[in-house]
Design a protein around this ligand. Structure first.
Ligand SMILES: CC(C)(COP(=O)(O)OP(=O)(O)OC[C@H]1O[C@@H](n2cnc3c(N)ncnc32)[C@H](O)[C@@H]1OP(=O)(O)O)[C@@H](O)C(=O)NCCC(=O)NCCS
Length: 303
């Protein structure tokens, strides 16, 4: 039986060298208990500290699926795997304590989890379930750039909902690929113009670091908005081999709050929303418990 058949995840998409898996996050106590058993001590401690059941479940199910998928890809047992974290919390895989030659990123939203795995690093994935009935223009005015805001304002009804989450998933995939999280103000860069108008894939450059090239892919479907972003290696095309990724050639990952240059459309981006000291958008206490809860509570988990 393959791991996909074992039910931790199902294959979802292949996109430019990345394999994207879908994780079913519907409540299921038995599955969550089995997922919990696959976690290491540190992860089990983390699981216990979640104050709320839904994010606790999402973490356990996605982390178990990630472990199984990575162990299979790396040819090691689950127990030999552990995770380190970058400055802003981006996890990377270790086998027997040494950095593994694999890139991945995880996203979860309500009933859906996505795991992107590739030979290269600097990979970001995001999934968002579309939730109508929110002040999307109000939120958009805090997190989107001028062109994005204009498009959102003129869209109505279900088109507005679709546009809001489509833009949001693309922005989040980019900041997750970069690893900065919301220490990078998302209103300070804009989605490339062709993608604003429906094109599904485009090259991208962060205004604060135009020397690095990125690729952005809209993966949205009926059930959810989703996007994948990755850094294009110097020299062009993405590698499909499983050789060691170029860990030693990082693009400029911002540390702390970043005031990126104006977007390349030539439009000056006005001073952004009021950012908390941590760089997150919603001004709420930064140190509300452990990191994951902090994210849910005080950052841009607007939907
Ligand atoms: C990364 C971030 C944008 C993800 O937001 P989210 O609403 O939790 O969204 P998602 O469900 O899409 O992603 C969560 C997953 O992203 C991964 N992740 C965590 N930090 C990440 C980062 N900096 N970059 C990329 N991926 C990251 C993790 O795998 C996490 O899931 P897990 O903890 O269950 O393994 C957000 O958590 C963030 O801004 N983090 C940085 C926090 C930070 O800088 N804190 C210090 C300042 S106070």
């Amino acid at each position: 039986m393959t791991t996909a058949e074992s039910g931790w995840w199902s294959p979802w998409r292949e996109a430019e060298g990345a394999t994207i898996l879908h994780v079913d996050l519907v409540p299921d106590e038995d599955r969550e208990a089995r997922a919990f058993a696959l976690l290491d001590d540190e992860e089990q401690v983390r699981w216990h500290k979640f104050p709320v059941a839904a994010p606790r479940r999402r973490f356990a199910l996605c982390r178990a699926a990630l472990r199984i998928a990575l162990a299979e890809r790396l040819g090691c047992s689950n127990r030999r795997l552990s995770f380190g974290h970058g400055e802003h919390g981006k996890p990377f895989a270790l086998v027997d304590g040494r950095r593994a030659a694999v890139g991945f990123n995880v996203s979860h939203a309500n009933r859906h989890g996505l795991i992107a795995v590739a030979a290269h690093d600097w990979l970001g994935v995001d999934v968002e379930e579309r939730a109508p009935g929110r002040d999307l223009d109000g939120i958009g005015s805090m997190v989107y750039g001028p062109t994005e805001q204009r498009l959102l304002t003129i869209a109505a009804g279900s088109r507005k909902v679709h546009l809001f989450y489509r833009l949001w998933s693309m922005k989040e995939a980019l900041i997750k690929a970069l690893g900065s999280g919301f220490s990078l103000n998302p209103s300070r860069f804009e989605i490339p113009a062709p993608m604003l108008h429906g094109v599904r894939s485009s090259a991208f450059r962060f205004p604060h670091d135009p020397s690095s090239s990125w690729r952005l892919i809209d993966l949205g479907e009926d059930r959810f908005a989703a996007a994948l972003a990755y850094r294009v290696p110097p020299g062009g095309a993405i590698r499909h081999s499983t050789s060691t990724p170029d860990w030693n050639e990082p693009p400029t990952a911002p540390s702390g709050r970043v005031e990126a240059a104006p977007v390349s459309t030539g439009t000056r981006v006005p001073a952004g929303p009021v950012f908390a000291a941590c760089g997150h958008v919603a001004v709420r206490p930064c140190n509300v418990g452990r990191q994951h809860y902090h994210r849910q509570a005080c950052c841009m988990r607007v939907p």
